[in-house]
Design a protein around this ligand. Structure first.
Ligand SMILES: NC(=O)c1ccc[n+]([C@@H]2O[C@H](COP(=O)([O-])OP(=O)(O)OC[C@H]3O[C@@H](n4cnc5c(N)ncnc54)[C@H](O)[C@@H]3O)[C@@H](O)[C@H]2O)c1
Length: 465
């Protein structure tokens, strides 16, 4: 099938490539001419495992191409996917300007050169009611036949290619009995669902809502376990043991129940806020999701407070090493990343930050932290002469470092583990002051059984709990 995907970011590029991989003829469109130039030169504008090879293979086979010429791409396609960004607007709602601009341009292209029926498929995450507005915008521009379809995307950055090629389920929202759209979407997705995973057809509003409910639920799990970790910090209980204790209950399960620095990225923070905004518009209290957002923000400030407290309330003149900058491992994305909040907070308090991330340093330098921090060539370079190390992103390569070497390179062996990656007892045996999330604080014990250190959560931390 001839298809175009408008918006060549994390979702659009992965979607377009995976559609081409199944034999479709796909044109990826973007308004960003530099991004298209890079892609046409074989350079990936983003890091996503496995994507590079797949893009290369499909462009070589002639099934995947990149352009800024939206009109031609639309005119040659049976289905046009919209995968542009829907960032958070000033009032917390999703900013739909790009989605509507693309809708208008698609309608205009259909009028300039009519080439028959088209499905206009929204992959971007958009609030309930957007499809109806999009329908009206396109209809203002053209009398040619078209359907608007909602097809929300559930891929996870870091595993996006796999998620896209083997989705747990595909959600498709159409106008009831829009057989042309239903048939087209079934045909398009049939190669991805050979193992029996379902394609779930529903009305458009429910499809749009499904995406927000899914993200809000996952964000709720994260904030829930983080709030419990705050309590554990105050009570001297160990969230890691609690986590095992609850996740072995099959009704609860273990996924998304890892305490840490709170959720980040381009989806959960903005989607939770957009859902709160939608709830406000409909006079629904939405108290759970409101708290989810509050707990998430508090989780970061409490961790910052933990670092400050360890240094007696001031980090002025201290050198703090960061391992990881990306909002999660296996991506170069820093949107809403805890690293940015932590770095800004520490720098504002007079600390120096020196960091290493396997993939996200260029994005950090260009778009988020500029030259306010020092970018290091390796994890070991980052800890040289540091007063403390903060594990911010749990990349695999930080799992089993040579801690003897780390300790030798650091000015003082202090480790703040924002992802609970290491064993507190082992870290104390290795001679580190080790502080993590919701677990007892241990001081170096030089071979003796781990002892509880004098470093306790601050008044502020306890008050927040
Ligand atoms: N990133 C994720 O993990 C993820 C997962 C599921 C859903 N989503 C949703 O998918 C959408 C896209 O997310 P993303 O992370 O890929 O965003 P992104 O910012 O990485 O990419 C968006 C792309 O759209 C392009 N664009 C903007 N306006 C345009 C226009 N008028 N014409 C053509 N191109 C235009 C931008 O230049 C950019 O390349 C959002 O609604 C997001 O909420 C994202």
């Amino acid at each position: 099938m001839k298809l175009c995907v408008v918006g060549t970011g994390y979702v659009g590029l992965v979607t377009g490539t995976c559609l081409a991989e199944m034999g479709n003829d796909v044109t990826c469109v973007d308004i960003d001419a530099e991004k298209i130039r890079l892609l046409n030169s074989g350079i990936m504008p983003i890091y996503e495992p496995g994507l590079d090879e797949l893009v290369r293979a499909n462009t070589t086979e002639g099934r995947l191409s990149f352009t800024t010429d939206l009109a031609t791409a639309v005119q040659e396609s049976q289905a046009c996917f919209i995968a542009v960004g829907t960032p958070q607007g000033e009032d917390g709602s999703a900013d739909l300007n790009a989605v509507f601009a693309v809708g208008k341009a698609i309608g205009q292209a259909m009028t300039t050169k009519p080439t028959g029926y088209k499905a206009i498929v929204t992959k971007s995450t958009v609030p309930v009611g957007t499809a109806e507005k999009l329908q009206a915008i396109v209809a203002e521009q053209t009398t040619q036949p078209f359907s608007v379809v909602s097809n929300p995307e559930f891929l996870k950055q870091g595993d996006a290619v796999d998620d896209c090629l083997k989705p747990d389920r595909v959600i498709v929202g159409t106008v009831p009995n829009d057989q042309a759209a239903i048939d087209l979407m079934r045909e398009l997705y049939s190669p991805y669902l050979r193992t029996g995973n379902p394609i779930i057809m529903m009305d458009i509003r429910s499809a749009e809502m499904t995406k927000y409910v899914a993200n809000a639920f996952l964000a709720t799990k994260i904030s829930f376990i983080n709030e419990m970790s705050q309590l554990c910090d105050g009570l001297g209980a160990d969230i890691a043991q609690v986590q095992v204790g609850i996740s072995t209950d099959r009704r609860i399960g273990g996924q998304f129940l890892y305490p840490g620095l709170g959720y980040g990225g381009s989806c959960f923070p903005k989607d939770v806020k957009a859902l709160i905004r939608t709830a406000d518009e409909h006079h629904c209290p939405a108290s759970i999701i409101r708290s989810v957002d509050t707990v998430n923000q508090r989780q970061r400030s409490l961790f910052l407070d933990k670092i400050m407290h360890f240094f007696g309330g001031s980090v002025a003149g201290k050198t703090i090493a960061f391992w990881g900058l990306a909002f999660k491992p296996r991506t170069d994305d820093l949107r809403e990343a805890p690293s940015v909040t932590l770095a800004e907070g520490l720098i504002a308090s007079g600390a120096r930050v020196q960091a290493f991330d396997p993939k996200a340093m260029e994005a950090a330098r260009q778009h988020y932290l500029g030259e306010t921090i020092t970018y290091c060539a390796s994890a070991y370079d980052a800890v040289k002469n540091a007063d403390a190390l903060v594990l911010v992103t749990e990349w695999n390569e930080f799992r089993r470092p040579d801690f003897e070497k780390v300790k030798a390179l650091m000015k003082t062996p202090v480790l703040f583990d924002g992802r609970n990656q290491y064993d507190p007892d082992r870290m104390a045996e290795r001679g580190f002051h080790y502080l993590s999330v919701g677990r007892p604080v241990l001081s170096p014990c030089n071979g003796n059984p781990a002892e509880v250190a004098t470093v306790q959560p601050s008044e502020k931390t306890l008050a927040a709990v």
